[in-house]
Structures are given as C-alpha cells and as structure tokens.
Design a protein around this ligand. Sequence first.
Ligand SMILES: [Ca+2]
Ligand SMILES: [Ca+2]
Length: 497
Amino acid sequence: MKTEILLKIQLISIFTFLGFGSCTPKNEKEYNVILIVADDMNDYGFFNSNPIVKAPNIENFRKTAISFPYTYCAAPSCSPSRTAFLSGMSPHKSGKYYNGSKEWDKIYMQQQETMPEWFKRIGYHSYGKGKLFHSQISKDRVAQNFDGGTGKAGFGPFPDSLHQLSFEGMEDLKSLPDSMYNSSQSRFKGIQAFPDEDFPDVKNANEIIELLKTGGQKPFFLMYGLWRPHSPYTCPQRFYDMYDLDEIQIPAGYLENDMEDLPPMAKEFIKTKSKDFNSITITEQQWKAYLRGYYACYTFADYNIGRVLDALDKSEYAENTIVVITSDNGFHMGEKNRFDKNSLWELSAITPMAIRIPGSKFGGKICTKPVNLQDLYPTFVDYCGKGTSPIKPIDGHSIRPLLENPDAAWEHNSMTYFGKGWISIRSEQFRYLQYPDGTEELYNHKTDHWELYNMADNPKYRGVISKFRKQLPTTMAESIPGKWTKLIKQVEQKVMK
Ligand SMILES: [Ca+2]
Ligand SMILES: [Ca+2]
C-alpha cells in the first residue's frame, strides 16, 4: 500500500516536472532559482560561531557563493518568518507575528502576490517541496503558488507518529532518564536508527534530485524546505556518532547572570521559557545531550542540502541557477536561558545565508552588511523579473548591489518583530531592542556577538540609541491571535500595570 502511494506521488511529480526546465538562452541571462530553507538553523555551523558543529556541505558551497553572516528574519519563528519573506509584507503591517495565527484568509493577504505566484506569472515553473509556508493556506492558493511538488504548502510529507519524538512543552523531560539521550539502549537512539528514507528531508531531497535530471522548456523556481535542525532531534544514527558528548561544551553565549542587566519587560519575558530551561539544564550532561541532538540534526540538514547541491552541479542547470541557502529563524540552545526561537535577540533573529550567482567573481566573499530575508523577494525581482514587478508593493530591498560588490554601501538596517511594540533593529555594529513600555537594550556586536552586555544605559551610546529610535515604525499592526498573543499580553500587563 505504502509503495503504491509512493509510486503514485513519484509519477505525479515527474509528470508535473515535464513543464519545468532548461532556460539557457545564450545571449540573455535567464536564471533558474533554487531557494533552500532550513528550519531553526542558527549560525553555529553555518559560520562557525560554534566550531564543533559540522556543516561541510554548506562550507563548501560558501566557496562559490557570497555569504551574508548577518541575515535576519522579519519575525523569529517558522510561519511568520515565511509569511513575511514569501508574501513581501512585513509583520508590522500584516499583524502576523506568531506561529498559529491565521493570516492568509485576510483580504490584504489574499491580494498580496507571493514570491512563487510572481515567479509563475512571469513564466517560471514553480516547484515546492517540504516545509514551505507552514501556515494554513487554501488548496486553491497552494495551486496558485506551485505547479508541482508538495500537495500542501505546510510540512510534507509529515513523518508518522513513530518518528515524531516531540519535546513540545518539555514537561516530561524532568522524569526522563539521561539514558534517553545517550545510551545504546535508549528509545531515542532507536528512533534515530531508522533508515534515511524514513525522514522527510531525505524523501524530499530524493525527489528534487530526480527532478533535476529531467529537462523542459521553462525556467524554474524551486523551493526546498527542510525540517531539520528543528526538533524533534531525530536523524540517522551516524550523525549522532559524529559528536562525542565529552567534547560538547555549554554554549559560549551562555552567562549565568546574563539577565541582570535586562529591563523588567525582558526579565518577565524570559520567565515564559524558564520551565523548559530548568528542565533541560538539570544536569550539565543532559544539557550537552540536548545540544548533541541539535548538532546532529544540523549536520543531517547540511547532508541533505549537500545532496541537492551535488545533483544541481551535475545537472544541465549548474551554470544558470541562482542558489540561496538560509533558514527561517535562528535558535537559542540555552543562551538567554532559553531553548527556543521566539525572541528578539541575535540567536533567534539570525538566519545565516549564502547566495550563489552564476558567473559571479565574488565566490567565497563575505558581506558584513545586515540584510533581511525580506530582501530576497525584491532581489529575485531584480535578477529575474525583466521589469515585471509584483502586483502589490513588497517590503525589503534588493541586495543585488551587495552581490555585485560585497563592499558596497548599504543604508538599510534589519528589522525583526515579535508583536505590536516588540521590535529589534540590527545595524552592522549594533542590535537595538525596544519593548512596548519604551524600555530598551543595546548590544555592541564589535565586541559582543552573544549579546551578553546591555549598553542601553551607557551614556556613551546615547547618540546611537537616538538614531535607532528614529527608525522605529510609526504604526504597528495589532497581532492576529496566535500562539504567543496571550502570553505576551500577560507579560505586558505584569510589567505595565
Ligand atoms: Ca523555524
Ligand atoms: Ca546581560
């Protein structure tokens, strides 16, 4: 039965792929685009901020790409981040700040032309596989976005229950023995021992690899959304075996009294995750075991990314395809006392990125300017649109000037939103945060990558702060009810009463 369904899916995929294709007019640059989006991937392995984490395929890709180590999401969790960069509408306009809120039935979202819809309209074959929008979208709208690929624009395929070891809530962690993470008899290890083909990221990569072997008439836009390194931290055993628990350290960005210099609103916000934090850090060994799970899944994601890149390099599209590798949001592994995204600090907002432009002489270069995932859509319009803009205006700025000169001037700071009045701005040197009660944080990234030392009260930075204040939006949309709406209200009420 299972094989039958699989065969059917493969046939449908191959069938829909026939329209997909080659696009190498010799005198005109017409690019294909592959957008690879990992899930919850911070900069640990992507840019060696945590050298123990292995990502050899991304590292190799970066030799031929222009790297943007300071790329940030517009909202620090899966679906709001994706909604923002795929719709072109910033969270402070759409009100889509949190997972679990329904935005696509709003009139203004129905009117917004998404990135895949725009690609389709200008004549591209649009293909999506894996975790794409991660929001509930109508069947019609999915068909409007993709000619082929996933049957829905959320996860796809979802693993069966056996493969879902969820840490949602983390309540049970306290009662779990250490053996769950690190012994040969553990259930956790058993789950990892399933074959590669049981994992959606592998299945989706397999299909994309097959697709890249076929040809057609149209240029294509292909989005591959990986699930990893997002929890549950299951992956084939060999990726776990790459990490020796004894070599894993408590994260360099963790400082025990880190919270003391935060404003009351931030301190209250931290409490929303203290139960998780306390349960995972009961022992140092347990914390390290958790880190190993994330590292293993990080390397597993890198492995699948590498397979797709290899297939591309061997295909007829190798020379005319723009490739982007990034993530939807970052992730804290205990830094700022949290194991989560959903915050306005660097580790949640960061979505390291590398872009390969065919024929570019800047392969291997690093651009240190702060850019945003929302800059991708206008960049594609710039490279592929031939003058055809999206129907409605989109937010973000084309980074083509930086791709064509990584040292070029760049006026734009990167904004990240987490609810009305919850905002963070990243410049090349600083991160500035402001909460709804007007309290602030400031971090100097020249000396403080992990944002340990809040400089907001330091008179030396008064001028810097006043410049950031001027960049705040004058209005911000109310939150569409989602997972964090109530919690954030409670935090605000406790502090502002
Ligand atoms: Ca995510
Ligand atoms: Ca601190």
